[in-house]
Design a protein around this ligand. Structure first.
Ligand code: PMP
Length: 351
């Protein structure tokens, strides 16, 4: 119990990010980062001139970055929002629309429940079906802030665009956030639907497919009304929330979009390899469209596999909640990393 925090905040269970161990070099498959470096354009974009300019505040409107995003995502600038990672946008969405009430799945990105408690919201939890697919009907007619990760984390499963539309149509007085952090690895974005539905907030990130997790850059596409709500919150908290170097890196990354598309294809290939090998070893593997797979074996518990992999220099993510404790979430890295991972699993299982 803190002496200074309010009672409500003292009770808050904060989000626990995946381990970023500094003790030794692991094959790091635990936080869904990209194994590929940023594009040459990004690497070359930041030199002495840009560093000297750090004495100045950055452009709070992120004009260049927004116009590049508008070009790539076929939107108008007034429909684009940028922020310090997509976590920042999700935070703003909860801050802005939490008063409507909030609903999300039981097994989904862990930050949603942290934001709900941060803002004192009594979240409506809609359990996933027994096969871990989203219970779409459970989200109909709620008229709340509805938050759906598509692909979902940590399952990697997707819902169809027509299911998203069903949810949008039946919640005209709610805001539907579709968190598309992993969409570039085989999902379908609903960003175009923001032209048709004024209650849709489509959120994406540069952290995964664009190899920039450390730069902290997220963006959203939505109707101008929603974007202006988010801008209001941003200007009421931290107008400079996307720093100068990240803005430059973001613009350069968008100019090199093909490089990132090719990388996403390589991840899909490496995912196919990993799924095939895990299945050969008897694992149950969910049908992931993300840069990770969610898998369990009936030969070893989820926790034991996680621990043994760690002892063998491979980090994966294990969650302790009852429904998924036998699973591990394995980020898809380079083919070499995935081969090491499979070898270590074989070693652990004695195969
Ligand atoms: N949404 C989902 C579903 C995620 O898994 C993550 C990554 N932890 C995020 C959003 C946040 O990503 P970032 O803040 O790096 O953009």
């Amino acid at each position: 119990m803190s002496r200074f925090l309010s009672n409500e905040l003292s009770k808050l269970t904060a989000y626990v990010p995946g381990e970023q161990p500094q003790d030794k070099k692991y094959v790091k498959l635990n936080t869904n980062e990209s194994p590929f470096p940023p594009s040459n354009g990004v690497i070359n974009a930041i030199g002495n001139k840009e560093i000297e300019r750090l004495r100045l505040y950055c452009d709070p409107q992120s004009k260049l970055l927004k116009s590049e995003l508008a070009r790539v995502y076929n939107a108008e600038i007034e429909n684009v929002f940028v922020s310090n990672g997509s976590d920042d946008i999700l935070n703003f969405a909860f801050m802005a629309y939490g008063h409507l009430g909030v609903a999300f799945a039981d097994i989904t990105y862990g930050f949603y429940s942290v934001f709900a408690s941060l803002y004192g919201l009594d979240a409506q939890i809609v359990p996933l079906n027994s096969d871990f697919t989203l219970n779409v009907n459970g989200f109909l007619g709620l008229n709340k802030l509805i938050v759906i990760a598509n692909p979902n984390a940590p399952t990697g499963l997707v819902i169809s665009t027509s299911d998203v539309e069903k949810i949008l149509l039946s919640n005209p007085n709610g805001v539907v956030v579709v968190d598309e952090a992993y969409v570039d690895f085989g999902g379908t974005s609903v960003s175009e639907l923001t032209k048709k539905y004024n209650n849709l907030l489509c959120v994406q990130t540069f952290s995964k497919s664009r190899s920039m997790a450390g730069a902290r850059l997220g963006f959203a596409i939505a109707n101008a009304e929603i974007i202006s709500d988010l801008e209001k919150i941003k200007y009421s908290t931290n107008p400079y929330n996307v720093n100068a170097l990240t803005q430059i890196a973001g613009v350069s990354a968008l100019k090199d979009n093909n490089y990132y598309k090719e990388n996403a294809l390589k991840i899909i290939e490496n995912r196919n390899y990993t799924v095939t090998e895990l299945k050969k070893l008897g694992f149950t593997v969910l049908d992931s469209k993300a840069n990770f797979v969610f898998a369990k074996s009936d030969k070893i518990s989820g926790e034991e596999l996680y621990k043994k992999l760690k002892e063998n220099g491979v980090l994966v993510r294990h969650f302790t909640s009852e429904r998924i404790k036998e699973f591990n979430r394995i980020t898809i890295g380079s083919i070499e990393e995935m081969q090491i991972f499979i070898e270590k699993v074989k070693l652990i299982l004695g195969e």
